[in-house]
Design a protein around this ligand. Structure first.
Ligand code: NAD
Length: 281
């Protein structure tokens, strides 16, 4: 059984852990914040129960999935025998590099180190480790159990074997994959951040209400979800970090909308705090 260690148990880490355990992987999930770990445990239990109620899985699947997941507040214990570590911590390069340096030290020498970054450079992260050939970006989507895609982003030194390993892993998680040569924002975040930022600028300019902007994109452009509701789901703090990175690397058209900054300053981060462009309380 492939052993997956997941670093960070927030929005994405808990979703990756849930899908990996359901598909038969042994999962170790670690976070520096114990409250985040217990919220993740609760989320995974609730999602498994919902899946059973909808008739997708059996009670036995629930029990087996839960048996396969272990929650850790000690990084060394979480990663010491993993085949792959998937990092899902904050979208801040310095934080990711610090995590990868620790992973490089603590994971078995053959283990692959993947980042779930939405925008950043696996080359830059890999260069800070002794195994850049084994470093890659594996960009999952939110919510992980519903979204079919993983973007696989190859850094300059990522080996073919590493690409193949994560492609196989994605297939075993029942996901489709696309291969991307590293460039800021890959395919999806580069596109999606621009659409979301334009929607926020329209709201700021008074073009329409948040409800009508989302309704227009949903029904008129046939997007399954409006861009403001999607930004709320991603988390407005995470989206702002994505925009800042893309602004820095790709230029002016990615300047974050002032409204996005204002919401983040107010602590209105979207679904995870109960309010953002819409109210979830
Ligand atoms: P989040 O804020 O929900 O969770 C981040 C978690 O990382 C928190 O639980 C925090 O306690 C933990 N953490 C912080 N520093 C840590 C450290 N040094 N070691 C271990 N844990 C640490 O963030 P998120 O939305 O899950 O985003 C995580 C990554 O996934 C980011 O790189 C983001 O860009 C990417 N991503 C996010 C989405 C999305 O929709 N939210 C989608 C795809 C990719």
């Amino acid at each position: 059984m492939t052993r997956i260690a997941i670093i960070g148990s927030g929005t994405m880490g808990k979703g990756i852990a849930y899908v990996a355990a359901l598909n038969g992987f042994s999962v170790a999930i670690y976070d520096i914040n114990t409250e985040s770990l217990s919220l993740a445990e609760n989320y995974i239990q609730q999602e498994l129960i919902k899946s059973e109620q909808r008739g997708y899985i059996s009670r036995e699947d629930i029990n087996k999935s839960l048996e396969r997941i272990t929650f850790y507040s000690d990084l060394k214990s979480a990663v010491q025998d993993c085949d792959i570590a998937i990092e899902a911590v904050l979208e801040i390069m310095d934080v990711k590099i610090e995590v990868f340096q620790k992973l490089d030290e603590l994971c078995p020498p053959g283990a692959i180190l993947a980042t779930n970054t939405s925008t950043m450079s696996p080359t830059e992260i890999g260069a800070q480790t002794s195994r850049p050939d084994k470093v890659i970006a594996m960009h999952f989507f939110n919510p992980v159990h519903k979204m079919k895609l993983i973007e696989i982003v190859r850094g300059l030194d990522t080996s073919k074997e590493t690409v193949q390993f994560v492609k196989n892993l994605g297939a075993k998680m029942k996901k489709e994959t696309v291969e991307v040569n590293e460039f800021p924002g890959f395919i999806t975040s580069r596109m999606n951040c621009l659409i979301g930022n334009e929607a926020m600028n329209m709201l700021l300019e008074g073009v329409a209400s948040a409800e009508d902007i989302d309704k227009a994109v949903n029904l008129g452009l046939n997007h399954p979800m409006g861009p403001l509701a999607l930004a709320d789901l991603v988390g407005l703090d995470t989206r702002l970090r994505n925009m800042e990175y893309l602004h820095q690397t790709l230029g002016e058209k990615y300047r974050p909308c002032p409204l996005l900054k204002k919401y983040v300053k107010a602590g209105k981060l979207g679904v995870k705090t109960g309010s953002g462009f819409f109210n979830y309380k």
